[in-house]
Design a protein around this ligand. Structure first.
Ligand SMILES: Nc1ncnc2c1ncn2[C@@H]1O[C@H](COP(=O)(O)OP(=O)(O)OP(=O)(O)O)[C@@H](O)[C@H]1O
Length: 549
């Protein structure tokens, strides 16, 4: 049965307006159509929402923008206190970024971990929370110390997440006294709309801040943060890579065989080289051998050497890679490609550290550490009979999975900067800056070719960069969102159109869908830009609501 609630809404002119609402119109905490059903009240909220979106789209620093938004909340919703927190993934903490009604010391104290207190819970669950009376709520921590029992005993707290896609970036929260429950729900929805409006500005700010931080900390990136393992030239400090470094630290100084797993281009060879350089045999040789690079007939003689006359063309005795690696490390890349007979010989080396050269009965012993890598699923190959089970167990003593680039988050930016620096140095040009929309494309791409693909993309982008800037149109077409691929033919016209398209997308993104400002920026009339938008099937609204893609 629908329960009809009655409520009141304080109007801007100070009057109260009564409305009714059935309870089944406030399902859970996510009724985005709520205000639309509150016919009359909606019109009273429009000035607030339009002022907020004006403030957000007029540019300015994030702090200025958010401060104005909070002042608007005070003016229209009569909040006692309001705050916008941002989640900092690098230290897994939530900080108050801007506030209304809090002193500087109170703001300083407002630091939460995800899951902690109401704000932390909103970040963790990505769901809004209404606390009707904070005085009674055990979740309320009063971390800022701003709440005063005598003065604030009637205060409610409403906190909503600031979300972009699947990413939760912070929260927007208000404290005020409510005379009825419906107003609280209405304010919750207003806050959700405002959080959606400010989300894009917050995302841009976080992206730029992350990028600045990366640039500042670049020299420190070469270390894992541990004294025991020097990551050398492995770039990246994302959480999954830090977990890899911890494993490497454990295994590097042992003699254990390590099996390095991961998709093509994730950096398995770099990892192998870092293991060697951190091992006790770092002064010995590091011999790389790609098991997929040679025909099966010569693999055995390459690995184990051969005697003179062992086969046609064996004009002299030759040491194999295992002998070359004596006293050091041998890295067997693509080990899943070895033939059955090479697998049998390798098994023996692993068991006894001994083998014979092709065409010889003399048994040779070597002191070699074995590292192997593959992008194949070896246990599946064992199940299909394509790889020896006993060899698999010998190799799989200490497997390390290298995560694909798409799971390494901020490493994409770190590596992009690293390669930009590297190739600018190689090409003898000034290091170009990567424009924010281009950074966004890099972050949103899936990177099937992993770090190798990113390396190639950045080499090309450094070559193409204009006036010290890498723009999104300097990145390959496959990095652009699907709907941008409108050009079939790559003639001059098509290429010019692609550049034009990218410039328009960039301007719309920069000015959050404001066509007049984007047109100004591009030096064209609003009408001319409107025609281009229809030609490329672009909708400026997408850049208002969604912003960067
Ligand atoms: N963390 C990293 N920092 C800097 N460069 C990297 C990193 N990881 C990979 N690279 C670069 O990316 C390219 C591919 O790396 P690498 O050859 O080590 O990958 P892989 O996993 O062994 O690939 P495959 O399976 O195809 O052999 C190389 O040019 C390497 O220098």
């Amino acid at each position: 049965m629908a329960i009809v609630l009655r409520g009141e809404m304080k109007m801007l002119n100070g009057n109260k307006r009564v409305f009714t609402l059935s309870e089944n119109e406030t399902p859970g905490l996510a009724p985005l159509s709520f205000s639309c059903r509150l016919g009359e009240c909606r019109s009273e909220l429009m000035p607030l929402l339009s002022e907020v979106s004006k403030v957000v789209s007029s540019g300015g620093s994030l702090s200025q923008t958010l401060k104005l938004v909070l002042e608007l909340l005070q003016k229209h919703l009569q909040v006692i206190r309001a705050m916008i927190t941002l989640y900092d993934a690098s230290c897994d903490q939530i900080f108050i970024h801007e506030s209304y009604g809090l002193s500087a010391e109170e703001v300083e104290k407002g630091v939460y971990a995800p899951g902690e207190g109401i704000t932390g819970r909103v970040i963790e669950t990505r769901q809004p929370i209404i606390v009707p009376n904070i005085a009674d709520d055990p979740m309320f921590l009063n971390r800022t110390g701003s709440w005063n029992k005598a003065r604030d005993s009637q205060l409610s707290f409403i906190c909503v997440p600031i979300i972009r896609g699947v990413k939760v970036m912070g929260t927007l929260g208000i404290e005020r006294v409510y005379n009825n429950e419906q107003l609280r729900y209405l304010d919750l929805e207003v806050l959700r709309v405002i959080a959606a409006i400010i989300a894009q500005a917050v995302e841009l700010h976080l992206l730029e801040r992350a990028h600045q931080r990366i640039l500042r900390t670049q020299p420190a990136l070469h270390h894992s943060g541990s004294n025991l393992f020097d990551t050398g030239d492995i770039i990246g400090r994302s959480r999954p890579m830090m977990a890899v470094y911890r494993l490497l630290e454990k295994v590097s100084r042992a003699r254990t065989t390590v099996l390095i797993l991961g998709e093509s281009g994730v950096g398995k060879e770099r990892i192998a080289s870092a293991i060697h350089h951190n091992s006790y045999c770092a002064n010995g040789p590091f011999v790389k051998f790609n098991c997929a690079s040679l025909p099966e007939s010569v693999i055995e003689s390459e690995l184990f050497g051969h005697e003179k006359g062992a086969f046609t063309g064996a004009i002299s005795r030759r040491a194999g890679r295992f002998e070359d690696a004596d006293g050091g490390t041998i890295f067997l890349d693509e080990v899943g490609e070895l033939s059955p007979s090479a697998q049998a010989k390798l098994l023996r080396v692993l068991q006894e550290r001994s083998f014979e050269r092709v065409g010889s009965n003399e048994t040779l012993k070597v002191n070699v550490r074995i590292l192997a890598a593959t992008h194949r699923n070896l246990s599946e190959m064992v199940a299909q009979g394509a790889f020896r089970e006993d060899l698999f167990y010998r190799l799989n003593v200490f497997p390390i999975d290298i995560p694909p680039l798409r799971e390494r988050g901020s490493d994409i930016l770190i590596l992009a900067d690293y390669f930009t620096n590297h190739f600018a140095g190689e090409q003898g040009v000034d290091v170009p800056t990567i424009a924010t929309p281009a950074l966004n494309l890099l972050l949103n791409y899936q990177w099937p070719g992993n770090v190798r693909e990113l390396e190639n993309v950045m080499e090309r982008a450094v070559l193409l960069a204009d006036e010290g800037m890498i723009h999104s149109y300097h990145l390959p077409i496959n990095l652009q969102p699907m709907n941008t691929i409108v050009i079939q033919n790559e003639g001059l016209e098509a290429r010019l159109a692609r550049v034009e398209y990218d410039l328009i997308v960039e301007a719309l993104t920069k000015y959050q869908g404001n066509v007049s400002r984007a047109a100004d920026f591009l030096g064209m009339t609003r009408r001319a830009l409107g025609l281009r938008l229809s030609r490329y099937q672009l909708n400026y609204k997408d850049y208002r609501e969604v912003g960067l893609r």
